[in-house]
Ligand binder design. Structure first.
Ligand code: ADP
Ligand code: ADP
Ligand code: ZN
Length: 227
């Protein structure tokens, strides 16, 4: 069977990965797969795994690699059941060198490929401003911002009407810790993929629509000749 082609989105917290993935994935024929969203969904359960994930999540610390991989593979297997599935837009995975190597092994096994790796670059002061005003829908996972991307009706999700909330890890302490972890563990992956000729730089410090257009324009030609 012909393999799938996936796209990886890398950028610091607040760079707009979730926002851009949700908007561009349907236009690119990709499915948005966000490990953070998978965890927020999983944490609504009341079992051992949910408690373990929450321990890391609320501290703004990375969940152990083997747990993330297990949750990710489960989602990819579910998607394989869907006849329309042609590839994933990975948002939030990989974040460590070990995760990148694990992903390479998994993709090799499935005869899948990485079409491109996008780096969404945004300066730190802009990230802090964005994360401080971020709101999410606890029901469907949609992302909003108090000033930059407000819902149409007072703090309710445009898609499903649920009251928006702040994420439990969008506190100043957890934000600082996550940005630090990004610099130390995730940013080095840019060289890992650049060396393989897969990296595409996108300026993420522009208005939401402009970034989406740049992303779609960069990726469409690469995905056009998929099986
Ligand atoms: P952010 O980009 O703000 O960190 P995410 O929604 O992508 O937000 O992730 C939220 C949390 O989920 C992370 O702080 C971490 O605890 C966990 N997480 C998500 N993806 C990964 C991953 N690839 N490896 C380890 N932990 C992860
Ligand atoms: P990430 O998934 O990379 O952590 P998000 O997509 O959650 O980032 O975006 C972080 C916050 O910034 C959200 O509140 C979102 O509405 C807002 N945001 C995203 N992209 C932009 C942009 N280009 N300009 C202004 N605000 C943005
Ligand atoms: Zn919603």
């Amino acid at each position: 069977m012909a393999g799938r082609c996936h796209v990886i989105l890398i950028g610091p917290q607040g760079s707009g990965k979730g926002t851009q993935a949700a908007r561009s994935a349907p236009r690119l024929g990709l499915r948005h797969v966000a490990t953070g969203d998978l965890f927020r969904h999983l944490m609504q359960r009341d079992d051992e795994l949910a408690r373990e994930v929450r321990w890391y999540y609320d501290r703004g610390a990375l969940v152990p690699d083997e747990v993330v991989l297990r949750v990710l593979l489960q989602r990819l297997d579910e998607l394989e059941e869907d006849a329309d599935y042609r590839g994933a837009l990975l948002d939030g995975y990989p974040r460590t060198r070990a995760q990148a190597e694990a992903l390479d092994a998994v993709l090799r096994e499935r005869n899948d490929c990485i079409a491109a790796v996008i780096h969404l670059a945004v300066p730190r002061p802009v990230l802090i401003e964005r994360l401080g005003g971020r709101l999410i829908c606890p029901q469907c996972g949609a992302t909003y911002h108090r000033q930059f991307s407000p819902p149409a009706v007072d703090l309710r999700c445009d898609r499903c009407g649920t009251s928006l909330t702040q994420r439990s890890d969008d506190t100043p302490e957890a934000i600082a810790r996550r940005l630090e972890t990004y610099e130390q563990q995730t940013a080095p992956l840019l060289d890992y993929y650049r060396a393989r000729g897969l990296l595409i730089e996108i300026d993420g410090a522009r208005p939401i629509d402009a970034v989406t257009e740049a992303l779609v324009e960069a990726l469409q030609p690469l995905l056009a000749d998929r099986p």
